[in-house]
Write a protein that binds this ligand. Structure first.
Ligand SMILES: [Zn+2]
Length: 397
């Protein structure tokens, strides 16, 4: 297939076109195509066709049956162009077609291909922190923005995994109520991604995996923990295939079955779901007693210990598991403070004061005073449920 003047192929159906009678061509008009064509090829002349669901060629797989993307063929080049929504609002809009476009682009072995993104308009707010993050991830994985002069921000790609992690901290700090994808470190070379796999989260998780795969240095290892919910949906197959083909990230689906097994087998539960819930509630890893932020030595410390939860006779197994993985039942502590807390050398009172055991020698108490910068937990940690777990712990010791 070779076109001497630029030729667009656009699948015209949107998700509910039959009911709504709104087609992709209503937004991506010949006028828009003209602008796109000019920006890519510097030519005014072009041809185009809006095609049906069942249309397929070497670059449009038969499984791709929705709009939001155009292909532009010109001489030896094939351009994949994704379009934003006209009204950019929620986390979903604009972002959902991006992984699909990338998957198609990445999976095609043709050499002369390029990947573009075009803003149809900037109604709504296209520049929330969340959107900027997504644009930066897109730029990192090879999207060219055709008309980003419509934005106030300049979109710069990420330079390293640390660069993304730093940005994520800011992002989740501002909007903690949003469940999202987290990146953290477990050892010097190991990075862990905790990602949900449904709703808008699956787009974000996919994009973060693509970007990290591209930025990873040879010695860096990355694991994706898919935090599956009841209906056990993994990331879309096309995305998983791309992640596997990029060959950098190990993917571990963590369903409740797996958590149950871990819960049954040991008392120091290393559950990805628990870590995810703690990240969600407490933000990035940092010791609540000394402020240490070296993620390699920060752990999730249970308030109501797993061993005690297991011993409860009157509650169901599912409830026990829920208590053991609840984000309210934990704190980030460094390895030192975790051990001291587990040994009850350090304890936390009902009102959140951090206390040292009275049995300590004065030398040891002086040492603890030195390394324990905070003597009281911040107010926002002290949720009703957290205090309930504190009471259960303190009653038992
Ligand atoms: Zn500490």
């Amino acid at each position: 297939m070779k076109y001497d003047i630029p030729h667009f192929v656009i699948k015209n159906n949107l998700q509910k076109s039959k009911q709504t009678n709104v087609y992709f061509g209503d937004a991506v008009t010949p006028e828009v195509l003209k602008d796109v064509c000019k920006r890519i090829t510097d030519l005014d002349n072009f041809s185009y066709e809006y095609v049906n669901n069942d249309y397929t060629d070497d670059f449009l797989p038969p499984t791709y049956n929705k709009g939001r993307m155009a292909l532009l063929y010109y001489k030896n080049d094939v351009m994949y162009i994704s379009f934003s929504e006209k009204d950019i609002n929620g986390r979903n809009s604009s972002v959902q077609s991006v992984p699909t476009a990338f998957n198609m682009f990445f999976s095609n072995t043709y050499d002369n291909k390029r990947l573009y993104y075009y803003f149809l308009s900037v109604e709504g707010n296209p520049e929330t922190d969340y959107h900027i993050l997504i644009y930066r991830l897109m730029k990192t994985i090879g999207f060219h923005f055709l008309n980003d002069e419509v934005l106030q921000h300049k979109i710069v790609p990420f330079s390293s995994i640390e660069d993304i992690m730093f940005n994520r901290k800011i992002n989740s700090g501002k909007n903690k109520s949003n469940n999202s994808t987290y990146i953290t470190k477990s050892t010097v070379r190991n990075y862990d991604i905790y990602g949900k796999t449904y709703g808008a989260n699956k787009y974000e998780t996919s994009l973060i995996c693509y970007a990290l795969s591209m930025l990873a240095k040879k010695e860096q290892r990355i694991t994706l923990y898919e935090v599956l919910e009841q209906d056990l949906k993994e990331l879309p197959e096309a995305s998983l295939n791309v992640i596997k083909n990029m060959g950098v990230i190990r993917v571990i689906p963590t369903d409740l079955q797996l958590e149950k097994k871990a819960f049954e087998e040991n008392n120091s539960l290393r559950s990805p779901r628990y870590i995810y819930n703690l990240l969600n509630r407490l933000g990035k890893k940092h010791c609540a007693m000394c402020g240490c932020e070296i993620p390699e030595i920060i752990q999730g410390a249970h308030i109501w210990p797993v061993a005690l939860i297991k011993r409860q006779g009157h509650i169901s197994f599912e409830e026990k598991l829920q208590h053991a993985t609840s984000g309210d039942n934990g704190l980030w502590l460094c390895e030192n403070h975790h051990k001291l807390f587990d040994q009850n050398i350090i304890s936390i009172t009902h009102s959140g004061n951090i206390m040292f055991s009275e049995a300590l020698s004065s030398d040891n108490e002086a040492f603890l005073s030195n390394i324990t910068t905070y003597r009281r937990l911040p107010e926002q940690i002290m949720t009703e449920q957290f205090v309930h777990y504190l009471d259960l712990r303190n009653k038992a010791i």
